[in-house]
Write a protein of this length. Structure first.
Length: 376
């Protein structure tokens, strides 16, 4: 094809641009450096088409070997990058074993190296698609876009493979080669765009989590709780559904910090938060309100049912044992409940539940008090 050299040059330029763009990729702390594998993918793509361009001018055995090495490493680096990023359970050793197997097979079969390279890329593509659609953190739109781009490329490769078995006529194959070469820059661009999108969506999600959750306990924070409560109140009022607010506070928590240290205190807070969250349903919202205080909205819950739920919660906290080097830490907590009457302002119900909670503390702690019964 007369235009192959020019197309190879355009792919080199596109690959260099994409390589520069990949320098902006940043992995989260604790993740394996997938960005490094992606940079190697673009680097070996550039190198591959430099070798191809040179081979079109004057073919030599050395250029053929370099071409095989680049094909092996390009597929391996992309697959490793995607596998690391998606935390896939596919062993990295298998990916590099495929690269070595390709290189050995290609050196043995000689004239059929194109089919071997295509087959090798199809296998890697299927691994990438599987990893992207089964990402441990959940696949976002960018991941699904990458999977689609890789799938289209795989289909084109399979069509090209079919031409060698004479399933497809030579005339179609000649036209198809033009399509394939033209598609490569679009493939690289699409891959990079969706990869950027995936990283950006992850960053947005991380910021959202940071803005809405308490970093120690993993529960929602006070700001998010107050924001979400407005929607819950409107829905409950519209459908005339019962709603309760719970406030609770760990008894003598300062003594835990003073006796065992803040590290054990943090451990106790996390264990306490876990017990609370395990006792609530999916529609309920639990948040750390501040310090050792926690607040929850119990949706579609009457006063009687809420008292039963919170009493069970209190018993589970009382039975909680936290092992430390200085001995076992036991916790109790005081709970206050309020059935929502003012649907326009959650603060009213929070204050009433808070008053009930402090009444529980005054009454001896480790008990549940309802707002209507605080004078009893």
């Amino acid at each position: 094809m007369g235009s192959e050299f020019e197309i190879a040059l355009s792919v080199i330029i596109v690959s260099i641009v994409m390589f520069i763009a990949s320098l902006l990729f940043k992995d989260k702390g604790g993740d394996k450096p997938a960005r490094f594998a992606f940079r190697l993918f673009y680097f070996f793509t550039v190198l591959f088409f430099v070798v191809i361009s040179a081979n079109l001018q004057s073919s030599t055995p050395l250029l053929d070997v370099l071409s095989d090495i680049c094909v092996a490493l390009t597929g391996a680096c992309l697959t490793v990058g995607i596998s690391w990023r998606c935390q896939s359970n596919i062993p990295i050793s298998v990916i590099f074993a495929l690269a070595i197997l390709y290189f050995i097979t290609d050196s043995l079969v000689g004239n059929y190296s194109v089919q071997v390279a295509y087959t090798y890329n199809v296998i890697y593509s299927l691994i990438c698609i599987y990893a992207l659609l089964n990402r441990a953190q959940g696949s976002n739109v960018g991941d699904k876009g990458m999977a689609l781009v890789i799938l289209i490329n795989t289909v084109l490769i399979l069509v090209n493979l079919a031409s060698f078995t004479e399933i497809i006529s030579n005339e179609f194959y000649t036209q198809f080669r033009v399509t394939l070469f033209i598609f490569i820059p679009a493939y690289l661009a699409g891959l990079t765009i969706f990869l950027f999108s995936s990283y950006m969506l992850d960053a947005h999600k991380a910021l959202e989590v940071q803005a809405t959750t308490d970093p120690l306990t993993g529960l929602y924070n006070r700001r998010f709780f107050l924001s979400q409560s407005k929607h819950i109140l409107r829905t409950a009022e519209r459908h005339s559904e019962p709603l309760c607010v719970m406030m609770c506070d760990i008894d003598f928590f300062k003594k835990v910090n003073d006796t065992y240290g803040h590290k054990i205190g943090d451990k106790a807070l996390k264990a306490f938060a876990h017990v609370l969250s395990q006792s609530l349903r999916g529609g309920d919202i639990l948040a750390r309100y501040g310090g050792e205080e926690f607040v929850a909205i119990l949706t579609q819950t009457t006063k009687e049912k809420a008292l039963s739920v919170v009493e069970r919660m209190r018993e589970q906290v009382e039975g909680l044992l936290i092992e430390t080097e200085k001995g076992v830490v036991k916790l109790t907590a005081s709970f206050g409940l309020c059935e929502v009457q003012e649907y326009h302002d959650i603060e009213v119900s929070i204050n009433r539940a808070d008053n009930a909670m402090y009444t529980a503390k005054s009454a001896g702690r480790n008990i549940v008090k309802h707002y209507e019964n605080i004078l009893v």
